[in-house]
Design a protein. Sequence first.
Length: 199
Amino acid sequence: MIAFLRGTLVEAGKDRVFVETKGIGFEVMVPATVLAALPPLGEEVFLHTHLVVREDAWQIYGFFNPQDRDIFSLLLGIAGVGPKLACALLSALPGPHLVSAVLRGDVAALARSPGVGRKVAQRIILDAGDRLQRLSGQMAVGDGSEDAFGDAAAALLELGYRSDEFYPWIEEARQNIRGDATGQQVLRYVLQKMVKRHG
C-alpha cells in the first residue's frame, strides 16, 4: 500500500494532481478542498494516500491529513459508495464538516454532494455513524490558512460553483491573502473576483 506521497507538484487538473518523486510521475485523484490549498506548481507537496485496486486499474487518492484519508477509506466500506462518490463527499464537506453532518443525522447536507441522493445519505448515516464517532474527537474545524482555503472551497461548492470555475481564484487568494485569513475572508475575495470577471 502507498501510505503517503511526497514530491514536486507538476500539474493540477480539476479533480487530480500530478506529483513527481525520484523521476516517477504519479497521478493522484484529490477532492476540491485539496485543489484549493495546493502549493504553486514546482513546489513540494505531501499527501496522505489511499490506493484503490481494481481489476482494470489502480488509482491513488490523496488528502492533506490522515483523518480525511481515513474517512475516505471508511466511506468505501458502505454499499453504494465508490471512490468517486467518496471523493465528491469530501469535496463538498471537508472532513470535520462531513463527520459532523453524519453524527447529526443531517441527510440534507450529505445529499447536496453530487451523486448523493437521500437514500445514499441515509445509508451513510446508518452505516458510518458509529465508526465516525471515534474520529470526531480527533477533528475540529480549524482556523489555519489551509483550513480557510478548504472551507472557502466547500462553501463555493455548496453555492453551486464547480471547482474548475473557482480554483484559479482560490490559488490567487492563497498568494495574496495573509496566512491568518479566515474561510469567510477567502470566500469573499474569490466571490468578488468572480463577480468582476463576469460583470
